[in-house]
Design a protein around this ligand. Structure first.
Ligand code: 3NM
Length: 220
């Protein structure tokens, strides 16, 4: 699939799964990726903080290939060199990773680039610098990220919903209990680790999340 099509797909697909092996109930990242792909999720991010470059490269390359075969967009977390080396479609950078302009310069105009944001200022800067989407959170407290920021403020939520011209992917503590209310608030894209990869049955977890979104759609 072309990157142009993938950019379009990002705007149409509500669910964004993030892989993290320590949270995957004993499955390895390839097994989890396969289950997530089979569940129909169209965006997958590889996020490992404690593996070596070589391990990340090996896993990332294999998952990128699986994603390519199934029309799934594959995003590498943090590192531009790994994203390029693995043949990822995109990179997700945090506020402490390579600045977007540098990442763009290294990765080229075609690479999808997402940026983690927590404040109005960070969203504003990411848009100005040409991000394709922002990750925005944490929406709720989360156990999955050790150094998570404070939960986003009402002011930042309002800016994200009404002033941000690129897709806002809500993240942090999103699960079946709250995805519907986030949808009703105006969020359309949802990134999750535990509500997807920590579930015993990933396919039924994803189906349930989709159903909750569909129900909320009818009430907005
Ligand atoms: N980034 P879960 S919160 C990876 O706020 C990540 O930028 C966050 O995991 C941010 O869905 C987070 O299990 C963890 O809460 C998301």
């Amino acid at each position: 699939m072309s990157r142009t099509k993938q950019r379009e797909q990002l705007k149409n697909e509500p669910l964004y799964a993030i892989l993290g092996e320590s949270l995957s109930l004993g499955r390895n990242n390839l097994e989890t990726a396969e289950a997530v792909i089979n569940a129909g999720v169209k965006t997958i991010q590889y996020r490992e903080k404690n593996k070596t470059w070589r391990q990340k490269y090996a896993e990332g390359t294999a998952i990128a290939k699986m994603c390519r075969q199934h029309g799934v967009t594959f995003i590498m977390n943090d590192s531009v060199d790994l994203a390029i080396a693995c043949g990822a479609d995109g990179i997700h950078v945090g506020q402490d990773d390579a600045p977007l302009a540098i990442a763009r310069k290294m990765a080229g105009p075609d690479m999808i680039i997402g940026v983690s944001t927590n404040t109005v200022e960070e969203i504003h800067t990411a848009v100005l610098e040409g991000a394709d989407y922002v990750g925005f959170g944490p929406m709720f407290p989360t156990q999955s990220k050790k150094d998570a920021n404070p939960v986003v403020t009402a002011e930042a939520v309002s800016y994200a919903l009404h002033k941000c011209s690129i897709p806002v992917v809500a993240i942090g503590g999103i699960e079946t209990e709250n995805i519907g209310s986030l949808y009703q608030q105006g969020f359309r894209f949802f990134a999750m680790i535990s509500a997807i990869v920590s579930q015993p049955d990933i396919k039924s977890a994803v189906t349930h999340l989709r159903e909750l979104i569909e129900i909320s759609k009818k009430s907005v």
